[in-house]
Design a protein around this ligand. Structure first.
Ligand code: ADP
Ligand code: MG
Length: 550
């Protein structure tokens, strides 16, 4: 046998453990959610691996044992894929989990409230066990994948952990993992049978494997996405969303979509209220939030290239019977089936949002204010969905009240007959849009102007180009249509009377910086504007392009 070895945690892990064990007092119960979700992940993988080899996955359970007599220990055991010695060292000695990383990055000083908030949102994974334990032992056997031995990882949550061969009395499962927690004196109440019942109901009632608490079945295993929409309770649905996404918001919309042709699909998708990238740093793009299943077997969590990247904010499960179980991760990426499935689902998602936008406009607009960015990104990046996405965009305009939004279609329907184009103005705020001289010409003709507050909006307009057959035109651009009357008026302008003023502007005041200075009837109350120049965002874009090609 290999002698026991004591290894130091990586610096980052040590820092995390230190915070978890010493300063987090709120929401300690989330340790159960974290450990059960790890057990469930390991079971999913064991089931998948066995089925892909055409083998029977055997018993797949999570067994939780409390010690009500003196509340000193709590054991959580699973029949999952287990861990080899190397995996124990690697997986439990370093922080790979994005949640834990986000947790560390999101900490500001010693602000406990913020920490508790983040832990609720992301969790800290396995290390949460140290919130309630003085010592944690992980006894694991990797079954056929391993060396035939069971290994024991143990730590007091201080700077080091020890790894050694497990003994008979450690009671390792044949394949799987047992987490034995030695409970802190003041946390006994949490780990009593009653305490665990409460916590498990709250966090884990729909886990896809049986959970036995002291031998009694706790949950009825049901893949929520197979249920009919009408049989879904809000409570279980929200709990499912939260466990799956690690988020803590209330998703305003959920979509339960089922089809039998052209593919057999069962899906349950959620639209978060909060932008999941809000906490990510600059350039921090989150990964896909959708997991791919085939007949209730997990194929891959957070499947990239299933839905198009701009739909990465969508959370949930897509289960498709047509996907073969033994599909490899590599072939997933260029599988025609997965591509086709992704296209069907993307169209469905956009159709669903369109229905919501029409049926519950207030709720939709509120959602759009937070998440609309992703749809705008879609307009700019994904040609295939442009038309559907155009229907989903919402903007303030000169005809809406502050804070109220209009669709492009509604704008087009309001257009007077004389109006040829859809107009927009780019401005950082409503106030600035309203006081812009560029607005005047359109307004004086009774034309509505869309207010675009975000940089991306101008690119959105340039990618869309047309809506309802009308060109999208910036009021800053020179080709603002001029009606007959004002053309006459322009001709009637006495050029000679203003020649001096024009000359002074062009030659003296702005010496040589202007191509041409002329009189116009375009403005009503502002004395002058620049025209014929490139709009702001385009100028910046051109600059970036020039820099990139240099
Ligand atoms: P995450 O679950 O996000 O990866 P955790 O800190 O919860 O992060 O767990 C770290 C890693 O430890 C997991 O990715 C997994 O590889 C391993 N692990 C944890 N618990 C188990 C378990 N019960 N069975 C098998 N592997 C596990
Ligand atoms: Mg985990």
């Amino acid at each position: 046998t290999v002698a026991s070895e004591t290894i130091g945690f990586k610096a980052e892990t040590r820092k995390l453990l230190d915070i978890v064990t010493n300063s987090l007092y709120a929401e300690r119960e989330v340790f159960a959610r974290e450990l059960v979700s790890n057990a469930s992940d390991a079971l999913e993988r064991a089931r998948h691996d066995a089925l892909a080899r055409g083998e029977d996955p055997g018993r797949l359970e999570i067994r939780i044992t409390t010690d009500d007599a003196d509340g000193k220990t709590l054991a959580i055991e699973d029949d999952g894929r287990g861990m080899t010695r190397e995996e124990l060292v690697e997986n439990l000695g370093t922080i790979a989990k994005s949640g834990s990383k986000a947790f560390l990055e999101g900490l500001d000083g010693t602000n406990e409230e913020a920490a508790a908030n983040i832990i609720g949102k992301f969790g800290v994974g396995f290390y949460a066990s140290f919130m309630v334990s003085d010592k944690v032992e992980v006894i694991s056997s990797a079954g056929a994948r391993g060396d035939g031995k069971a290994w024991k990882w143990s730590s007091m949550g201080d700077g080091t952990f020890t790894i050694e061969e497990a003994t008979e009395s450690d009671g390792a499962p044949a394949r799987g993992t047992k987490i034995l927690m030695h409970i802190k004196k003041d946390q006994k109440h949490l780990v009593s049978k009653w305490g665990m019942e409460t916590v498990l109901k709250k966090y884990s009632s729909f886990v896809g494997f049986p959970i036995l608490l002291n031998g009694n079945r706790m949950n009825d295993v049901g893949a929520l996405w197979l249920k009919d929409e009408k049989d879904l309770t809000d409570e279980e649905s929200i709990a499912f969303y939260r466990l799956m996404s690690g988020a803590s918001d209330m998703p305003p919309f959920r979509m339960s979509f089922k089809a039998d042709a052209p593919m057999t699909i069962r899906s349950l998708l959620y639209f978060p209220a909060e932008n999941p990238e809000r906490l990510a740093g600059i350039g921090g793009q989150s990964s896909s939030g959708v997991s791919l299943y085939a007949r209730r077997v997990l194929i891959q969590q957070n499947t990239e290239r299933l839905l198009p990247p701009f739909l990465r904010f969508v959370r949930g499960v897509i289960d498709c019977e047509d996907i073969p179980l033994n599909i490899s991760r590599e072939s997933l990426q260029d599988s025609m089936l997965v591509l086709r499935l992704g296209q069907i689902m993307a169209k469905r998602v956009l159709k669903f949002l369109d229905e919501k936008a029409k049926k519950e406009p207030e709720k939709y607009n509120k959602w759009f204010a937070n998440l609309g960015f992703f749809l705008k990104e879609g307009v700019c990046s994904e040609y295939a969905y442009k038309q559907e996405l155009a229907e989903l965009l919402r903007y303030e305009s000169s005809a809406t009240e502050a804070g109220k939004l209009t669709s492009l279609r509604d704008y087009a329907n309001r257009m007077p007959e004389s109006q040829q184009n859809v107009y927009y103005i780019v401005a950082p705020s409503r106030q600035q849009a309203e006081s812009s001289p560029y607005l005047e010409a359109a307004k004086s003709r009774g034309y509505e102007v869309l207010f675009l507050y975000a940089h991306i909006d101008e690119f959105v307009m340039q990618h869309l180009m047309k809506v309802a057959g009308k060109d999208l035109i910036s009021v800053e651009a020179a080709n603002l249509e001029v009606d007959e009357k004002s053309e006459d008026a322009e001709e009637a302008l006495d050029e000679s009377a203003s020649a001096d003023l024009c000359k002074w502007f062009g030659d003296d005041a702005l010496g040589g910086k202007l191509k041409e200075v002329k009189m116009s009837t375009r403005l009503a109350s502002s004395p002058a504007i620049l025209s014929g120049h490139e709009p702001e965002a385009m100028r910046r874009y051109r600059m970036v392009q020039t820099m990139a090609s240099d």
